[in-house]
Design a protein around this ligand. Structure first.
Ligand code: ADP
Ligand code: MG
Length: 358
């Protein structure tokens, strides 16, 4: 596998702000790669450094193993799609998609054919003559995508492209975008602050925190084996045990995470709560029960101190029985092998694809 993008010791400072802080990163050819993190964590700046809209304060940017650090944006084989789909309101869909090719002086017949192909890729056949104001938000974003794809870039950068869409449409577009990426085989670098979005679409995800990568992993690894409390908290809901509470409830020192869906709740007499070699058990009181359609979430105050979030699929349980548990005493239990140990260690080293396959 060859490398589409490499960042080597890249920093970007804006006065006192370290927007990007000594970043090393390798993105593989054909990968759907996401950068996930809270607002202000440096995701957009990394994208702009790759695109060439910013120059790094220090470090190097490579595209397909070529150093492009000083190369201007227009000379990089990269296209960007933004949240506010920059399309021209006075041009038809077809003209919008052809625009980049017209600038590059691609002949008319080829232009038309490539634009048609790009529109077919984004499922907009039959919309060529429409004007942007005759399209829905989702369709306008498809036009923006077609405008980028028509250039056949090696890399497509997407900065929260679905951020302006409502939830239902966003979920549909997530699935479609992933399909389109598979079809065209272009490397996608996708920025989002939405963990569910990143988990849905990505081959790998880099979790950003204050200009650094906190963890780089597949969606499954990220969820099942977060390396820090920051990642565990940002990707999914998690219950964290540390200090004396960990000692008391788990009989171990350190910091541990248990996911809400791994915790069982039963109404056996709390006096019978017994931890064993394979299972931990702890009594508490149900403070809140929230019905979410496919799942029910309960919030339980443990006698030992911490509050745990517990979730259950509503496959065959009765919601009435769950709601009746509000204010009741219960026993929570979970398997020890479902606990994720965060140890006392700081963030794990960033894995590069070469290291993983070596
Ligand atoms: P994200 O995309 O993760 O929300 P950004 O990359 O936009 O984060 O911003 C990272 C940090 O850099 C923030 O503190 C932001 O205020 C700062 N920043 C970004 N661009 C500029 C700029 N042009 N001038 C000054 N500060 C900036
Ligand atoms: Mg941003």
């Amino acid at each position: 596998m060859s490398t589409a993008i490499s960042l080597r010791g890249v920093s970007k400072h804006f006065d006192q702000v370290r927007a990007v802080d000594d970043l090393d990163l390798d993105i593989v050819d054909g990968e759907f790669f996401s950068m996930l993190g809270p607002s202000g964590s440096g995701k957009t700046t990394v994208l702009r450094l790759i695109a060439g809209f910013e120059e790094p304060t220090s470090g190097r940017v490579l595209l397909a193993d070529e150093d492009v650090t000083r190369r201007p944006a227009f000379a990089r084989d990269v296209n960007t799609v933004f949240q506010d789909y920059a399309i021209f309101p006075h041009m038809s869909v077809q003209q919008n998609v052809e625009y980049g090719l017209r600038v590059k002086k691609v002949p008319g017949a080829e232009r038309r054919q490539r634009a048609e192909e790009a529109l077919a890729t984004v499922r907009l056949e039959g919309y060529a003559d429409r004007r942007p104001h005759q399209l829905s938000g989702g369709q306008r974003q498809r036009v923006a995508l077609a405008r980028a794809l028509v250039n056949r870039p090696r890399v497509l950068l997407l900065d929260e492209p679905l951020g302006a869409l409502d939830l239902k449409l966003r979920r549909e577009m997530q699935i479609e975008l992933k399909e389109i990426q598979r079809e065209v085989g272009i490397t996608f670098v996708f920025v989002t602050h939405d963990q569910e979005e990143a988990l849905t679409m990505s081959d790998r995800i880099a979790v950003f925190n204050e200009g650094r990568i906190e963890q780089l992993a597949t969606p499954v690894e990220l969820y099942e084996r977060p390396v820090s409390a920051f990642v565990a908290g940002f990707v999914g809901t998690s219950n964290v045990f540390q200090g004396e509470v960990a000692q008391q409830l788990l009989g171990e020192e350190g910091t541990f995470v248990i996911r809400p869906e791994k915790v069982r709740m039963s109404s056996e007499a709390p006096g019978e709560a017994r931890s064993g070699p394979a299972v931990c058990a702890a009594p508490g009181v149900v403070r809140e029960v929230v019905y979410l359609g496919s799942t029910t979430v309960s919030v339980v105050d443990l006698d030992a101190g911490p509050t745990l979030t517990v979730s259950h699929q509503n496959t065959d349980s009765s919601i009435d029985a769950a709601l009746e548990r509000r204010d009741q005493r219960v026993v929570l239990s979970w398997r020890r092998d479902h606990l994720v140990s965060l140890g006392a260690a700081p963030a794990a080293p960033v894995a590069s694809p070469e290291e993983e396959t070596a």
